[in-house]
Design a protein around this ligand. Structure first.
Ligand code: PEP
Length: 252
C-alpha cells in the first residue's frame, strides 16, 4: 500500500545540541504505529550523527547533494557519501537552491540521477513563483520543471521519487495554497505522470504539498485525494507543531 510521506526541512537552523533535542522531542511524540514515512532534514554537518542517533520511525534526509561523483570538488558532498553515513533521502530542486545557488533544471536533473544511482530516495521539489501563478501559466511551469528532471527515467525509478509541489509564493510567507489549489496541481501532476510513464506508476507516486503548512491548515490539505503528505519548513522547527501535522496526516 502507498505510504504517505511527511518531511521536515530544517534549512540552516539550530546548533547541534538544540537540533538533537528537537529530534528527540519529535521522536518521543511519535509512536511506532505511525503508517506514514516521517523524515527530517537537519543541516548537513549533523547528518552522520543524526543517522546514527535516529531511532524508531524517523528517517534522515539531506537538504541537497552534489551533481558529481567523488573527486576534486572542494566543499561538495556526493550522494554516495550521504548513503555511507546512513542517510536515506535527499531533497533536490528546492526553490531556495534554485533561486539562491544557481541550480538550473540541468543541475537538478544531474543531482537526481546521482542520488538515484547511489540508492537514495529523493524528495523532488517543483513549484511556480508568484508572477507565474498570476499569469496563469503555473501548470506549464511545473510540467516543464518535471519534464527536465524526470524524462528518460524508468517507471521503477519513479518509485524512489516523491514529488513535492511547493508554490514559491507560499514558502515561508504564511500564505498557503488553498486545499483546492493544491489538489488541482497535484491532480495535474498525476495526470501528466500517467501520460509520461503509465497509470499505475502515476497512481503509486507520492505527491506532497509544501508551503506554510501548519497544524491549522494540515487537515484541509491532507483531505485532498491527491495530496499524499507534506514538506514542512518553519513548522517542523517546533516539535509540537510537527507532531500535530504528522497526526493530521495519520487521521486523514
Ligand atoms: C519549505 O521550505 O520547503 C517549506 C515548505 O517552508 P515553509 O513550510 O516554512 O513554508
Amino acid at each position: 500500500m502507498m505510504k504517505n510521506v511527511i518531511a521536515g526541512n530544517w534549512k540552516s537552523n539550530k546548533l547541534m545540541a538544540e537540533a538533537l533535542r528537537l529530534m528527540k522531542e519529535i521522536e518521543s511524540g511519535l509512536t511506532s504505529e505511525i503508517s506514514a514515512e516521517v523524515i527530517i532534514a537537519p543541516p548537513a554537518p549533523y547528518l552522520s550523527a543524526f543517522a546514527s542517533e535516529a531511532k524508531g520511525v524517523l528517517q534522515i534526509a539531506s537538504q541537497q547533494c552534489s551533481a558529481t561523483g567523488s573527486g576534486a570538488f572542494t566543499g561538495e558532498f556526493t550522494a554516495a557519501m550521504l548513503g555511507s553515513c546512513g542517510v536515506k533521502w535527499v531533497i533536490i530542486g528546492h526553490s531556495e537552491r534554485r533561486e539562491g545557488y544557481g541550480e538550473t533544471d540541468n543541475v537538478i536533473r544531474k543531482k537526481l540521477r546521482a542520488a538515484l544511482d547511489s540508492g537514495l530516495q529523493v524528495l523532488l521539489c517543483c513549484g511556480e513563483p508568484l508572477e507565474v501563478r498570476e499569469s496563469e501559466t503555473h501548470f506549464d511551469w511545473v510540467q516543464n520543471q518535471l519534464m527536465h528532471a524526470l524524462s528518460g527515467l524508468s517507471n521503477s525509478a519513479l518509485e524512489s521519487i516523491v514529488i513535492a509541489y511547493e508554490p514559491i509564493w507560499a514558502i515561508g510567507t504564511g500564505k498557503t495554497a488553498s486545499a483546492g489549489q493544491a489538489q488541482e496541481m497535484h491532480a495535474f501532476i498525476r495526470n501528466w505522470l500517467s501520460i509520461c510513464f503509465d497509470r499505475s506508476t502515476a497512481r503509486g507516486c507520492r505527491i506532497i504539498y509544501g508551503g506554510s503548512c501548519k497544524p491549522s491548515n494540515a487537515d484541509d490539505l491532507f483531505a485532498q485525494p491527491d495530496v499524499n503528505g507534506g514538506l514542512i519548513g518553519g513548522a517542523s522547527l517546533n516539535a509540537a507543531d510537527f507532531i500535530a501535522i504528522v497526526t493530521a496526516l495519520e487521521n486523514r
